[in-house]
Unconditional design. Structure first.
Length: 94
């Protein structure tokens, strides 16, 4: 757990940054849109390749964060198993 704590922190940071950057990228693309109506500008911005790149980056960041959190959950479960075994050993339970 100690080895991965900084990786998890970085992963969470990356995800949050990309969530905020997604909004910024959308705003930039919205204002650059050649379309006239608001709905058309939104559709153009959401379909833009630059916006999809941000979404792909966000997907990778979420995947990494979930994977690291799963490692932490697994490590915590191993600790609990070890604690139970130690308690059983002290109590003379086989």
């Amino acid at each position: 757990m100690m080895e991965n704590s900084s990786k998890l922190a970085q992963s969470v940071s990356d995800r949050k940054h990309l969530e905020d950057f997604k909004k910024v990228q959308f705003s930039i693309l919205f204002t650059q849109s050649p379309e006239d109506t608001v709905a058309a500008k939104e559709a153009w911005a959401y379909a833009h390749p630059d916006y999809r790149k941000v979404l792909d980056g966000l997907k990778a960041a979420v995947q990494q964060e979930v994977e690291l959190k799963h490692h932490f959950t697994t490590a915590e479960a191993r600790i609990e198993v070890w604690r139970t075994m130690q308690a059983n050993s002290r109590a003379g339970v086989v």
